[in-house]
Design a protein around this ligand. Structure first.
Ligand SMILES: Nc1ncnc2c1ncn2[C@@H]1O[C@H](COP(=O)(O)OP(=O)(O)O)[C@@H](O)[C@H]1O
Ligand SMILES: [Mg+2]
Length: 407
């Protein structure tokens, strides 16, 4: 049960009213440390508005290493960007405004989910060599695949995870341009590499983005590129999965060879749709193709981009047509393209923007931490800065359902 550090009675009573029975209140950080030592199964610590920010950050920094299953939730009278930056740096999971008791309740709920994910038996087997691979796919172009992939990378990297974005849209890949990267090398350079590919060979081909993740981009001029064969894609992804916590794959709008190979390695598939009939029809057909390929439904997550576009189709209709729950809705905003044009995904440049909040909740889903709700347009008031421990949850062993010949 959460332990709350509150140094005045009124605050403490307020917190208790949103928290569950069994919550305890202490008055100082020393008392908190003693209480934690006696509570090996603790999942959340709430630091009230009276707790000094520097001391709170030092505590969070320490707990991140010594007790990764414990989420630190910071309450502040006002949440501004300097508080958020400090919280992000020290690894706090949530920052909530003092008056936002709904936000606090939700943060505590999420802390419990993180605890369960982190401590789930079998999830952190030492011999599990792999990071997780997230493929962002849609059978339509222009629906936001690259936008979702790039922003998701920002959100995951902000949680101190090692992240690599791979552009498998080899014909028209625009990860590099979306992130305004000037890559020295591209995936085309990997094509000529021999089969004994390892990370030492691949690393020089990666380009870093200033938000803290790596990319393996597609060549700007695909024409001269030697066609990349399926087994090479597989090998590249397998090597990256061993070296990163998350490999996020952006795809072309087709079931082409690179996409099919990526599906083989995919732990979570983000299927992007928008509220228009042609896209919906194509996504429906794509779902049927995924059924034929044997891609498990449990690993598919529907992302409704531009969820608030008023085009006559409702999110409900999308869910019933596809017989799938919307895992995350992302609103429309002109700020998305503006941020891209400035070279920073919106999640990096405007972390409190509704689009960024939605992306952060998508990151929760990807990490196996279910959102409390998936309303069409995300309006949750809890702060969006949430750090998760490295490798919060590992994938179950791959079943190899899509293993294709020739690998
Ligand atoms: N939620 C959104 N709100 C506003 N514009 C968006 C949103 N998502 C994507 N866009 C814009 O739509 C265009 C296509 O997005 P992109 O990610 O390149 O699609 P895809 O990779 O599926 O072809 C880009 O100009 C992008 O900035
Ligand atoms: Mg794209």
């Amino acid at each position: 049960m959460p332990i709350i550090v509150g140094n005045n009675t009124a605050d403490a009573e307020l917190f208790l009213s949103v928290s569950s029975a069994g919550t305890s209140v202490v008055h100082t950080l020393d008392e908190l440390r003693r209480a934690l030592a006696e509570a090996p199964e603790e999942h959340a610590v709430v630091l009230g508005p009276g707790v000094d920010l520097e001391a709170a950050a030092a505590l969070a920094d320490n707990l991140r290493v010594t007790r990764p299953a414990v989420s630190v939730i910071l309450m502040r009278r006002r949440v501004d960007s300097s508080v958020l930056a400090e919280a992000l740096k020290s690894g706090m999971r949530d920052v909530v405004e003092e008056r936002d008791l709904t936000g606090l309740g939700e943060a505590i709920k999420r802390a419990h989910q993180v605890y369960r994910a982190v401590t789930a038996p079998g999830d952190r087997a030492d011999d599990a060599p792999n990071g997780r691979l997230v493929t962002v796919f849609s059978p339509k172009g222009g629906v936001g695949k690259t936008t979702v992939a790039a922003n998701l990378c920002v959100a995951l990297a902000a949680r101190h995870l090692r992240v690599c974005l791979v552009d498998l849209d080899l014909g028209f890949g625009d990860v590099a341009i979306t992130l305004q990267l000037v890559p020295a090398r591209t995936i085309a350079d990997a094509v000529t590499l021999e089969s004994d590919l390892d990370f030492a060979v691949l690393e020089p081909l990666l380009t870093s983005h200033r938000s803290g993740f790596s990319t393996l981009v597609a060549p700007a001029q695909p024409d001269g590129m030697e066609p990349i064969r399926g087994p090479q894609v597989s090998r590249i992804l397998a090597v990256l999965k061993r070296s990163f916590d998350y490999v996020v794959v952006d795809t072309s709008p087709a079931f082409d060879e690179p996409a099919l190979q990526a599906f083989d390695e995919t732990d979570e598939l983000l299927l992007v749709t928008t509220l228009d009939v042609p896209t919906l029809k194509n996504v429906k057909i794509a779902c049927e193709t995924l059924d034929l390929l044997g891609f498990p439904k449990s690993r598919r997550h529907l992302v409704l981009n531009r969820a608030d576009d008023k085009v006559g189709l409702s999110p409900d209709k999308v869910e019933t047509t596809l017989d799938m729950r919307i895992a995350q809705a992302i609103p429309t905003s002109t700020e998305v393209a503006k941020a891209t044009n400035a070279g920073d995904p919106i999640t990096a440049s405007h972390p409190r923007h509704p689009v960024s909040r939605a992306v952060n909740r998508l990151a929760d889903t990807v990490m196996g931490v279910r959102s409390a709700s998936a309303t069409p347009v995300d309006v949750h008031s809890a702060a969006e800065v949430r750090s998760r421990p490295t490798g919060a949850r590992r994938a179950a062993p791959k079943r190899g359902l899509l293993r294709r010949a020739g690998k």
